[in-house]
Design a protein around this ligand. Structure first.
Ligand SMILES: NC(=O)c1ccc[n+]([C@@H]2O[C@H](COP(=O)([O-])OP(=O)(O)OC[C@H]3O[C@@H](n4cnc5c(N)ncnc54)[C@H](OP(=O)(O)O)[C@@H]3O)[C@@H](O)[C@H]2O)c1
Length: 285
């Protein structure tokens, strides 16, 4: 039996499969992917040598763990299809002559805003479910994901999911699903905040006389270098700031302006808006 299945073979699925194969956690023959688009199936089969199908139920039949990797607006169609084919512990539907209890499979959903209770309503109260919030840098192996297991998931299920998402970056397990709103506002939306800061830095340096292309290149490397320096040093942000900013110097002049304009307050306000929007979207679906 194939070990790992994907329903939806888009950008996220492709990034995850690539990471898993590169890290030799799975072989191409361990993976099966379904997608409605023939072009996506062809691309995945050619680039990653995995099995592909247009039939989501074939993935259900062949994989022990299934990543639900369709867009949130497509998840209901997929859940209804799976729900009709599996037997949530109380029911006993059959397909192809074989009964399939929902607890036979681990389902890992990456659909943003789709809650565990929504997944449980079709896959069963006791289903083994993991809800994950990954982020876009997973596409280049530098993602940050947070996941929450359902009541029916085991420690082994949680470890398995962590292993999958650590193939494309870092991943942590949380106990409280409501924390995923803050996660969404931080690591989910966060890459866009960083791009905004990089753009603002580069534009400002262009105003100070640097050519635009050079300013962007230097802003990007400054952010990358600062991140790596802090990670390697294991110091706090305040300690790192003190290393760069000498009293009466250039950095201090800039930091005073940031403080006067309430930079930290603006960031807090923006993150709060993202978390509130995440809560709102979670309630509406
Ligand atoms: N991308 C990110 O940065 C990011 C971050 C956090 C979470 N996520 C979550 O990851 C999930 C996948 O995102 P993505 O960017 O990989 O999306 P994507 O590229 O659109 O991939 C989804 C794929 O599933 C296919 N599909 C649609 N309906 C289907 C069905 N009923 N059965 C099988 N396949 C179907 C889509 O085909 P069509 O295109 O023809 O519809 C598409 O190829 C989303 O739920 C998103 O919320 C993504």
């Amino acid at each position: 039996m194939t070990k790992l299945g994907f329903i939806g073979g888009g950008n996220m699925a492709e990034a995850l499969i690539r990471g898993l194969l590169q890290k030799s956690l799975f072989k191409p023959s361990d993976v099966i992917v379904s997608d409605v688009a023939a072009s996506r199936r062809r691309k995945l089969a050619r680039a990653l040598r995995v099995a592909t199908t247009s039939d989501n139920l074939e993935v259900l039949g062949k994989a022990r763990a299934i990543v639900l990797a369709v867009k949130p607006q497509q998840i209901d169609a997929v859940l209804n299809q799976i729900g009709g084919a599996i037997a949530p512990s109380r029911a006993g539907s059959r397909r192809g002559g074989k009964p399939r209890a929902s607890r036979d499979r681990l389902f890992i959903s990456i659909a943003a805003g789709v809650t565990l209770s929504r997944l449980q309503s079709t896959l069963g109260e006791n289903a083994r479910l993991i809800r994950v919030m990954p982020n876009a840098p997973a596409m280049v192996g530098r993602g940050m994901a947070a996941l929450v297991p359902s009541r029916g998931a085991s420690k082994a299920d949680e470890s398995f999911a962590l292993k999958i998402f650590r193939a494309v970056g870092d991943a942590v397990a949380l106990k409280d699903e409501s924390m995923l709103d803050a996660v969404t506002a931080l690591s989910g939306s966060g890459p866009a905040y960083v791009y905004l800061f990089i753009k603002a830095l580069a534009d400002a340096a262009t105003s100070e006389g640097l050519p635009a292309g050079l300013a962007l290149r230097m802003a990007l490397k400054t952010v990358e270098g600062a991140e790596y320096n802090m990670r390697m040093s294991k110091l706090t942000p305040d300690e790192m700031i003190r290393i760069v900013a000498s009293p009466g110097g250039t950095t201090e002049a800039a930091l005073k302006r940031f403080a006067a304009a309430n930079f930290s307050g603006i960031v807090a306000d923006a993150v709060k808006a993202a978390a509130e929007r995440s809560r709102e979207l979670g309630r509406s679906n």
